[in-house]
Write a protein that binds this ligand. Structure first.
Ligand SMILES: Cc1cc2nc3c(=O)[nH]c(=O)nc-3n(C[C@H](O)[C@H](O)[C@H](O)COP(=O)(O)O)c2cc1C
Length: 197
């Protein structure tokens, strides 16, 4: 059974925001399945459908991955390139033992692949956007967690998630019931470099 959608497509696009505060509710299995079903409707180069999914609904495990991710990011100093000009704040956040890179969301859906290929990452990110818009339309919040990519691609975690050696975690997306006011969307006007006619 499909759960109700509350928004039309354009409203879902405009209402989707990175949500960083979540209620304690656990997403039911059929909701996660519906979001994954929306994800796999994405366009896919050469119709390869290279995506594969890992679902984590265990807050303790997510907290453990968060702690390991922070340590890895600090050790690799990836934060400096990741934050481009916001290094002090990034390092402070990553050094805070209370900070959870998954914002205490109860569900992480990792979109990844079982083998590489020229457009595999593009396919996975298109699937990720479909998933986030479907979640928004159903009243759930989401956020991409780039901070998690490094830890999810370590051999141990890949093994735990069932990702084969040749595969990778590409797009980690947290999902949950948003808590508190929704953030406003802020965008610069689009840069139109040319419009030839
Ligand atoms: C590839 C990618 C990685 C991201 N990684 C993180 C992250 O690790 N932590 C986080 O809080 N937000 C992350 N975000 C969310 C962005 O910060 C957010 O989309 C941006 O600030 C724009 O806000 P909006 O999505 O609410 O419009 C990521 C977004 C993308 C596309």
């Amino acid at each position: 059974m499909l759960t109700e959608t509350k928004l039309d497509t354009i409203s879902a696009i405009r209402n989707r925001r990175a949500i960083r505060s979540y209620g304690p509710e656990r997403l039911e299995k059929h909701v996660v399945e519906e979001l994954i079903d929306a994800a796999i409707q994405a366009p896919t180069a050469v119709h390869r459908e290279p995506w594969a999914f890992a679902v984590i609904q265990n807050r303790e495990r997510l907290r453990k991955y968060s702690d390991e991710a922070k340590a890895l990011l600090l050790a690799q100093q990836q934060a400096t390139s990741f934050f481009e000009g916001h290094e002090p704040q990034a390092l402070a956040v990553l050094s805070d033992p209370e900070f959870n890179i998954f914002y205490d969301a109860g569900t992480l859906i990792v979109i990844g692949c079982t083998a590489g290929g020229p457009f595999v990452e593009a396919d996975c990110w298109l699937a990720a956007e479909n998933l986030m818009l479907a979640a928004t339309a159903k009243g759930y919040g989401t956020c991409c967690i780039g901070f998690a990519v490094g830890i999810l691609n370590t051999p141990d975690v890949k093994r735990e998630l069932g990702i084969p050696e040749a595969g990778a975690a590409v797009a980690p997306i947290i999902v949950g019931v948003p808590k508190g006011p929704l953030p406003a969307g802020v965008r610069k006007p689009p840069v139109i470099l040319s419009w030839l006619s």
